[in-house]
Design a protein around this ligand. Structure first.
Ligand SMILES: Cc1cc2nc3c(=O)[nH]c(=O)nc-3n(C[C@H](O)[C@H](O)[C@H](O)COP(=O)(O)OP(=O)(O)OC[C@H]3O[C@@H](n4cnc5c(N)ncnc54)[C@H](O)[C@@H]3O)c2cc1C
Length: 603
């Protein structure tokens, strides 16, 4: 079955929860209201369903390949990327002055989901390019911006993010790539980067590598890391690609999933000799020396949000496939006797439970991400500084949740997708297994789930004593009161679930804020459960808001089937997912000792 973008749900969330009209009222987003969003999403869906999605399976079967330093992407990718670029999709969220369309992140996030559902391996190239553009917009000189950004926005060149080295993965303070200053103000890079997504490929005329490296003599640790722009082809005076730079692809990895996305080992400064004694890769400094990690974090926040959307995207695709199979596969008589013979498995309550779990997780995480995206837009464009600051704090709290929870849940959803298929799910030809294999990377790159949880505990909770978290909890209490004031059984039940979830969240926030300094092991033993709890409550909150809107629209007789489904899905979220918040709270607050009780030598 081909993929169908969930445009209706996206537009519902944009309008009713993320208030796209308020976003459109912000300076700079004049045309970006509901109608624009609807038109953009329809077109995005048409392109990705028709051109990009059919290449997903091809990519799994015919991964990108490597021969003598050259990477050839999956057949069809190059042409599809050309169409993607010509359609203006790379520039969707980027400033008009650089050739972009300047649309809000709210619309960009939805389009990001669509292209990733269609084909995650393909979508990684634009995702990394977006991150590189973001870093240049933040730290680049006007000349650097004018030289690189328009070419990347129009898809002629693509971008990469070169952080990881063999000894420096989660811990970037261990980066060793060396930058030697040159008399003309440029630098030469020497070192090896591993796992570089689209580090080498044949889809663009140039590849702009953003590279973390250490200037000779710089301080040890994170304070001595700088960020560099290092193009595959150095630029001629007129800005066109010139000589081949001394950055070369040594190999690409053979992987569990996302096989079409080339994951490169890149050698900087190795050309013409053994080891790293080549001429050096010519690079220019981006921003100031020794502030590289700071800039990289800006880029990583964008990329982390993007990876969270990949989680939603993958879950949506796995869900659609499972529903299709559940309608077709005939097996066993339904327990309620509603069909007298063997019936499609969708009749069985347990299959329905699996499908509802998949659906509720996906819709919940999508809603959380959309609301976060709208906050990002307000944080950047709102005229009032205080409102900007509040939205920024909210957005920063949400980024590890969008990344951490959406990607973890995508694995559960993709696994359920295989389960719905029974034995056929385990057989590659069905395609359900590909989603499970592809999903696994999402909890690893752009910072593992543990690294997201560390961010949530350290920077986002302990640092301000839990203030932002508590301010969000106060907003949730408002939603609870609104639910409680309604008479329907769904709202009453959801009010209770949300109340219990909020209390569990507050207990965990107090525990984290109160103990991170004094008892770090106790807090970090529960850091991932704390992330899961926080994210689940945020999703439950959005599902509760959606429930109330859906009741109102239903009462008006609008979109009856859609609204009924939204109500049922929200109620399911409350009764089957949000209710887990209290158990997570217990693990965090009461269960930490058990995590570290076993002596290291006893493992
Ligand atoms: C397919 C693929 C594509 C990638 N693309 C890119 C790319 O484009 N650019 C790039 O620079 N990198 C890229 N990466 C690298 C990726 O970001 C790293 O693999 C990731 O950050 C984890 O680092 P690591 O593999 O060294 O694992 P490690 O850091 O060795 O982690 C191993 C385990 O230890 C845990 N751990 C480590 N430190 C802590 C801690 N402080 N607290 C709790 N737990 C901890 C981790 O959570 C994990 O479970 C890619 C990787 C892959 C596989």
């Amino acid at each position: 079955m081909s993929y169908r973008a969930p445009v209706k749900d996206m537009l519902f969330l944009m309008k009713e929860l993320a208030d796209i009209d308020a976003v459109a009222a912000l300076p700079g987003f004049d045309d970006a209201g509901y109608d624009t969003a609807a038109a953009v999403l329809e077109e995005c869906a048409r392109f990705n369903e028709g051109v990009v999605a059919p290449l997903n399976w091809t990519g799994d079967q015919q991964p990108s390949s490597f021969k003598a330093g050259v990477v050839t992407t999956t057949p069809g990718f190059k042409q599809a990327f050309r169409q993607f670029a010509e359609g203006g999709w790379q520039g969707l969220q980027h400033p008009v002055e650089f050739g972009g369309q300047g649309l809000p992140k709210l619309i960009g996030a939805a389009c990001g989901e669509i292209v990733n559902s269609a084909n995650m391996s393909f979508a990684l190239c634009p995702l990394l390019t977006d991150g590189a553009i973001e870093a240049m917009l933040t730290a680049g000189t006007p000349e650097q911006q004018a030289t690189f950004i328009p070419k990347m926005v129009d898809g002629a060149w693509t971008g990469t993010m070169n952080l990881t080295e063999p000894q420096a993965g989660s811990d970037l303070s261990m980066v060793r790539t060396r930058a030697e200053p040159q008399p003309d103000g440029s630098y030469k890079l020497f070192g090896t980067k591993i796992y570089i997504t689209y580090g080498e490929h044949d889809m663009a005329d140039n590849i702009v590598h953003l590279v973390l490296a250490r200037v000779v003599g710089a301080p040890e640790g994170v304070k001595g890391i700088s960020l560099f722009i290092c193009p595959k082809f150095t630029l001629n005076a007129d800005g066109t690609p010139g000589a081949r730079n001394d950055v070369h692809c040594v190999s690409i990895e053979h992987k569990l999933g996302i096989k079409a996305s080339p994951t490169a080992v890149l050698a900087f400064g190795a050309h013409g000799g053994e080891g790293l004694n080549g001429e050096g890769a010519v690079a220019t400094l981006l921003g100031q020396e020794n502030r590289g990690l700071e800039y990289m974090f800006i880029m990583m926040n964008a990329a982390r949000f993007g990876v969270g959307m990949q989680g939603v995207a993958l879950a949506e695709r796995a869900y659609q496939k499972a529903v299709q199979y559940a309608r077709d596969r005939v097996q066993s008589r339904p327990v309620d006797g509603s069909v007298k013979a063997a019936a499609p498995i969708i009749h069985h309550p347990d299959v329905r439970r699996m499908l509802m779990t998949m659906r509720a997780h996906t819709e919940g995480c999508r809603a959380m991400a959309m609301v976060a995206a709208a906050a990002f837009d307000a944080a950047h464009a709102h005229p009032d500084a205080e409102v900007r600051q509040q939205n920024q704090a909210f957005y920063e709290f949400m980024v590890p949740l969008v990344k951490g929870l959406s990607t973890e849940m995508s694995q559960e959803v993709a696994s359920l997708g295989v389960q719905v298929h029974g034995g056929m799910g385990f057989i590659e030809e069905t395609g359900a297994a590909q989603y499970l294999r592809d999903a696994k990377i999402l909890t690893i790159y752009e910072g593992t789930t543990a690294i997201q949880a560390n961010d949530l505990v350290g920077r986002k909770t302990a640092r301000d004593g839990g203030q932002v978290a508590k301010a969000i909890a106060a907003q949730i209490a408002g939603t609870e009161a609104a639910l409680a004031a309604r008479s329907s059984a769904d709202c009453q039940a959801m009010a209770r679930r949300l109340g219990a979830g909020r209390q569990a969240f507050l207990d965990a926030v107090d525990f984290v804020a109160g103990n991170t300094r004094a008892r770090p092991n106790a807090v970090f033993a529960g850091s991932v459960p704390y992330l899961m709890l926080s994210g689940t409550v945020m999703c439950g909150w959005q599902m509760a808001r959606a429930l109330m809107v859906a009741e109102d629209r239903l009462a008006e007789g609008r979109d009856v089937e859609f609204m009924k489904a939204k109500i049922a899905t929200a109620r399911f979220y409350g009764d089957h997912i949000l209710n887990k918040a209290t158990a997570l709270r217990d693990s965090i607050v009461d269960g930490s000792e058990a995590v570290t009780a076993l002596a290291l030598e006893a493992f």
